[in-house]
Design a protein around this ligand. Structure first.
Ligand code: HEM
Length: 234
């Protein structure tokens, strides 16, 4: 989805330069790119927003809850209430609310990379803000909220960041989504997605490392020890 849009791709590449630094070993000539995973969320707002927008459109997990005793759920905002009987099973399919035009607007099914930017959200009216906050739950919620969400977010942003910085991807387009069967957690694309990928010029021989040091993108750093090997610029 990102490589489909050259303007977005360029903007995200530019964000990513703030969280990656390049090094070359004087001794072996080995080139390294070190991406600091701790800075991705604070320094790459468009990448983060695109990640959430992707989860909104393709994440469709259903949270399942068992009613263990009769209860009433009431919403003052919508003036509705639900009487829950026991025993019963409740299913909360995020795929429905993730693409509901009443929550996201007429472009609910369109990939909008800016949708989750703080500035976009700040411009929403109070009611829409509330509906979007409640209607977006790719990691579930409550007691069983996914405990792996931070790990998954960091891992995905790091991986995608390295692909965007180190490779040129072409031929991709946002794929149509296949019909969502009951139980689908991640919507598959309709048909194959053919892409062509090659190392980006100037990044051909780079080996990737991922750090959690909180250090940004100084282009080159002298005498840093990475993986037991001393590195420095030429
Ligand atoms: C993008 C990646 C991921 C997504 C979209 C995702 C989504 C979810 C969802 C929707 C639930 C159900 C929450 C609910 O019932 O309300 C869940 C539960 C869970 N997830 Fe994830 N998850 C992801 C990655 C991970 C990773 C990387 C781990 C582990 C390292 C993990 C571990 C778990 C566990 C253990 C539960 C069960 C929690 C419980 O029942 O209390 N998940 N996840």
């Amino acid at each position: 989805m990102i490589s489909d849009d050259s303007e977005l791709h360029t903007a995200i590449r530019s964000e990513l330069t703030k969280v990656v630094r390049r090094q070359k070993s004087c001794r072996t000539g080995e080139e390294r790119a070190i991406l600091d995973a701790t800075l991705l969320q604070s320094h790459c707002p468009l990448l983060l927003s695109s990640f959430h927008e992707t989860l909104r459109l393709v994440g469709a997990a259903t949270s399942v809850r068992s009613v263990v005793e009769p209860a009433t759920l009431a919403s003052a905002a919508t003036n509705t209430s639900f009487a829950l009987q026991s025993p019963a099973v409740i299913q909360l399919p995020s795929g429905i609310t993730h693409t509901n035009p009443a929550i996201w607007g007429s472009d609910a099914n369109v990939f909008n990379p800016a949708r989750f930017l703080p500035s976009t959200k700040a411009a929403l009216d109070k009611d829409t803000k509330r509906k979007q906050a409640q209607g977006y739950f790719p990691f579930g919620g409550g007691k069983h909220l996914c405990p792996g969400r931070h790990f998954a977010t960091t891992e995905i942003l790091s991986f995608v960041g390295a692909i965007i910085l180190g490779f040129d991807v072409s031929g991709s387009r946002v794929p149509e989504r296949a019909f969502q069967k009951l139980g689908t957690a991640v919507r598959k694309p309709k048909g194959d997605v053919d892409i062509s990928m090659k190392r980006r010029r100037g990044w051909e021989n780079v080996k990737w490392s991922f750090s959690v040091e909180g250090r940004g993108g100084e282009e080159e750093v002298k005498n840093l020890v990475v993986g037991g090997e001393e590195l420095g610029d030429e």
